[in-house]
Ligand binder design. Structure first.
Ligand code: ZN
Length: 349
């Protein structure tokens, strides 16, 4: 058995012995070990250099050309356009937890699992769709998390941000520009870029998702320095990148941050692969549904610039989410607040 598995299992069995609750066990798993193994694979030297070189210039060209170029990069990475998700999900830690523990206490309202709908607003095409997207979500009685860029090809209007928050949606940060190399620029440089965004926003968002999911210790450190409550950049359902096999929200104690790992996103289906909306909807919702057996967190990313032109898929996913009576589906910060409060209550005992 490898070191990580052994460590996780030791911690878990220790807690089971002490008759503690599942939530405590999740916090005991040391995600630094996951992160260490992630870095070996995700942050290969070539990838870091490419991302650092291309990140800022790519942001300065028109969206259509940028999409064309990033499509080429994606094609180089995945020439056969294979769908980068497993058909059957499998989480070794999840299996163990569910077998050994009573799982029903992980989520508010006694729900069995979590579906976190999030939207990264990457460009102007997506941004223009946001008001209509909010209406569609409201019709389906879903409150989601919307991650904006502050200095990108669209001008983020503060009145829109305010309206969205008033409606009970969460506004998170996705960066100043969509710099795919952000995580690889050093802690101080990252912090400066994030500070620029915070100044613009004028409030402290709870969460952050890194552009193009670039990830490093420096990035997590900078988020911690700037008092973010959670990061949502680790992956659990992509086979293109090493996923953490741990589809739960947990505390990254060394950074004073929660991690809310991303499960799957729409561009796997429509950019990495070229499935029809109907096929995509079936696989997408099937994967989310499989999370129930792990009592896991299915955090999904629906880009407004993608779902805007795929209404069949979008409304199908939303109908599925609102029809899942066993799932808690509030915005991410509501779930993290729930964990924070429980933690406080436990410490007070
Ligand atoms: Zn993005």
């Amino acid at each position: 058995m490898d070191k990580i598995t052994q460590y996780a299992l030791d911690q878990i069995s220790l807690v089971i012995k002490n008759n503690e609750r599942v939530e405590k066990k999740l916090e005991l798993l040391d995600p630094a070990l996951f992160l260490a193994s992630l870095n070996q694979i995700r942050n290969s030297r070539l990838q870091r250099v490419m991302r650092r070189l291309l990140g800022i210039p790519l942001e300065k060209i028109p969206v259509s050309l940028r999409t064309f170029l990033t499509d080429l990069l994606k094609k180089a990475r995945n020439p056969k356009k294979e769908l980068p998700v497993p058909s059957e999900i499998s989480f070794k830690y999840g299996d163990f937890l569910i077998k050994e523990c009573h799982a029903g206490i992980l989520y508010p309202e006694n729900k069995k699992y979590y579906i976190g709908v999030t939207h990264d607003v990457d460009n102007r095409i997506g941004y223009r769709y946001v008001p209509e997207m909010i209406n569609v979500l409201k019709k389906n009685r879903i409150k989601s998390t919307i991650n904006f860029l502050t200095h990108s090809s669209y001008k983020l209007e503060k009145s829109l941000v305010e309206d969205i928050r008033k409606e009970g949606f969460e506004v998170g940060l996705h960066g100043d520009i969509h710099d795919m190399g952000l995580a690889f620029r050093g802690r101080r440089a990252i912090r400066r870029r994030l500070e620029r965004s915070l100044d613009y926003l004028g409030f402290q968002p709870f969460g952050f998702r890194s552009p193009s999911l670039s990830l490093s210790y420096d990035l997590l450190g900078a988020l911690d320095d700037l008092h973010f409550t959670y990061d949502s950049t680790f992956q659990t359902g992509s086979s293109l990148y090493r996923s953490t096999e741990y589809p739960y929200i947990y505390k990254l104690d060394q950074y004073n941050l929660f991690e809310a790992p991303l499960f799957i996103q729409d561009d796997y289906f429509f950019r990495e692969s070229r499935l029809s909306e109907k096929e995509s909807l079936k696989i997408f919702t099937d994967l989310i549904g499989q999370m129930k057996k792990y009592s896991g967190a299915a955090i999904i990313n629906l880009h407004p610039h993608i779902v805007r032109f795929r209404k069949y898929f979008f409304s199908g996913v939303l109908e599925f989410v609102s029809g899942e009576k066993d799932a808690f589906s509030g915005p991410l910060y509501t779930l993290i607040r729930f964990y924070q409060e429980r933690r406080k209550a436990r410490e007070a005992v």
